[in-house]
Design a protein around this ligand. Structure first.
Ligand SMILES: Nc1ncnc2c1ncn2[C@@H]1O[C@H](COP(=O)(O)OP(=O)(O)OP(=O)(O)O)[C@@H](O)[C@H]1O
Ligand SMILES: [Mg+2]
Length: 377
């Protein structure tokens, strides 16, 4: 018998927990094998990292005993030091996962020039873990060695390089130029660049004057279809004898702006809180959603750091669900702030990933559950 399926959220998920995305799994793996460069755009919490790192990355890793996956998470990097740490972490993780300690110690000096290697015992897992110590002290020096290590590894092994939330390097002066150099020299590897901040990615890859203009093929993750979600929900709810129909699920998808993380979090809440044997109506679902967000302590806490004007703007955007033109007179009237102030706040929220812009639909809160909290408060 199949083990019972659950709704997972706020975590990376594996192939068996993915709803839909069969086409993307195959297509991305094909692209990885063909050493293509791909820029994956999707809103926050849409499943980018799970799909590319866990699913495509693991399939690529399993192609042979030499296939290497270098994954770098660049979310919220603030300085060259933090970028160096992320690169260091990505390289050591990839190597320890791929090669036995003995092989590493024997061969690694070839491709990790400028570093001395050390094996430690991970106190949590008890597994040996690799650390690399840079021989020079300056961070520029370390960055040069890290970039060189990535290049050498990618020449030596079939390599998939994943740069997650890549756009955040734009907040670190000089970082873009540094990456540009290495990215353009990775001809032997597949590169996936993932991002959710469309306004920043666009500047990096779509502006004809940008140095990385047309660096790779742009692919967007689309919303998952209602029929796929219906199977996914029923697979998880039927064992608990909870019944959900198409109309009711459609209401959930629309209210939660198709964001998979929010949909799964709400699914999990329904499973935990709805009595067995019940058929869900839109009324019950709406009540449940109100109750769930009301009980989320984290929102009040997260919103503490914002000014009254900022909160007003957030609330109006949340109530609208999508706002096409926050600079329009009709919108400004609702919050009574100037056009230039709105511009500044919108930019700040976008840079932080608090709101995002969806083509043809407009701006919305990145976390639709927080949007629902604000809209119903
Ligand atoms: N295809 C899917 N099927 C079911 N759930 C999904 C799917 N894609 C994403 N999710 C949900 O979204 C959550 C977040 O996934 P993941 O971290 O991979 O997304 P992300 O786009 O990388 O997010 P972030 O913007 O935080 O980096 C998962 O825990 C899961 O709840
Ligand atoms: Mg991610």
């Amino acid at each position: 018998m199949n083990p019972e399926k659950a709704f997972k959220y706020d975590v990376l998920i594996n192939a068996e927990d993915l709803c839909d995305r069969e086409f993307e799994q195959q297509d991305f793996l094909k692209r990885a094998k063909a050493k293509k460069r791909t820029i994956v755009f999707a809103p926050r919490r849409y499943g980018k990292t799970s799909l590319i790192k866990n699913v495509v990355g693991n399939s690529f890793f399993n192609l042979s005993r030499n296939h290497l996956v270098l994954f770098f998470d660049l979310m919220d990097v603030q300085s060259m030091e933090s970028i160096a740490k992320r690169l260091h972490h990505g390289i050591t993780q990839a190597l320890s996962r791929r090669f036995p300690v003995k092989t590493l110690l024997k061969n690694a000096t070839d491709y990790l020039k400028g570093f001395s290697l050390q094996m430690d015992m991970d106190p949590v897992t008890g597994q040996p873990s690799l650390s690399m110590n840079v021989k020079g002290r300056e961070v520029e020096n370390e960055m040069t060695h890290l970039m060189a290590a990535i290049k050498t590894l990618s020449q030596k092994y079939p390599t998939l390089i994943i740069l997650d939330e890549f756009h955040d390097i734009t907040f670190v002066p000089e970082a873009e130029a540094l990456f540009r150099g290495v990215l353009q020299e990775l001809g032997e590897s597949a590169v996936f660049i993932l991002g959710s901040k469309r306004h920043l990615l666009t500047l990096m890859f779509q502006d004809a004057r940008a140095p990385l203009f047309q660096y790779g093929d742009e692919i967007h993750l689309n919303p998952i279809a209602l029929e796929d979600w219906l199977d996914y929900f029923r697979e998880r709810m039927t064992p608990n004898k909870i019944i959900i129909g198409e109309e009711e699920l459609k209401w959930i998808l629309e209210t939660l702006c198709d964001v998979p993380n929010a949909i799964c979090e709400f699914g999990a809440w329904l499973l935990d809180n709805i009595p067995s044997g019940m058929t869900l109506s839109v009324g019950v679902i709406k009540q449940s959603l109100d109750l769930m967000v009301e009980n989320k302590q984290s929102y009040a806490y997260m919103l503490q750091g914002y000014t009254e004007k900022e909160l007003d703007l957030m609330t109006v955007i949340a109530k609208n669900k999508f706002t096409l033109e926050p600079h329009a007179e009709s919108f400004l009237k609702l919050i009574r702030v100037s056009k230039s102030t709105v511009g500044k706040i919108v930019k700040k929220f976008m840079d932080r990933g608090l709101i995002e812009y969806e083509l043809e639909k407009g701006y919305r809160l990145s976390d639709p559950l927080m949007g629902h909290y604000l809209a119903t408060r």
